[in-house]
Write a protein of this length. Structure first.
Length: 141
């Protein structure tokens, strides 16, 4: 499967034997661990991690959904490609595709995050600085 140009952030992870279930394929819980790794990787690429460190404002996961297409196996790796799905006033979404070693789609996932001010304990407007970084990321491809 060729990586579509709008999936700007990629992450490849090694599948570990400990991630298998009774049936010999990667357990569904591990898929969510891969998605979490891809989510944090995406945040790093757009500067959200450092923004949080500087201002104590960052994303709070509101929803994560995964549609499983086919199993992943050990030994092997999984490539997760990610793209911005939407930005609203206080929330944003990331779409992920999990690709197996053969280049086939194994799962698709969607995250919804809310921007949160951990100082005030309330949601806040999506930062303009991060919107700018998203635009720059899209231009790099």
């Amino acid at each position: 499967m060729e990586t579509p140009s709008n999936f700007h952030v990629n992450l490849e992870l090694r599948i570990d034997w400990s991630e298998l279930d009774y049936f010999g394929h990667v357990n569904n819980v591990s898929f969510f661990k891969y998605i979490q790794s891809a989510r944090v990787n995406y945040w790093e690429n757009i500067g959200l991690n450092s923004f949080h460190s500087n201002f104590n404002i960052g994303p709070m996961l509101a929803s994560c959904k995964c549609d499983f297409k086919q199993p992943l196996y050990f030994p092997g790796s999984v490539k997760i490609i990610s793209q911005l799905e939407f930005i609203k006033h206080t929330s944003f979404g990331i779409h992920h595709r999990l690709i197996n070693d053969k280049g086939e789609l194994s799962a698709e996932a969607n995250d919804v995050m809310v921007m949160f001010d951990f100082n005030k304990n309330e949601k806040v407007k999506f930062p303009d600085e991060i919107r700018t970084n998203l635009g720059k990321l899209a231009m790099e491809v």
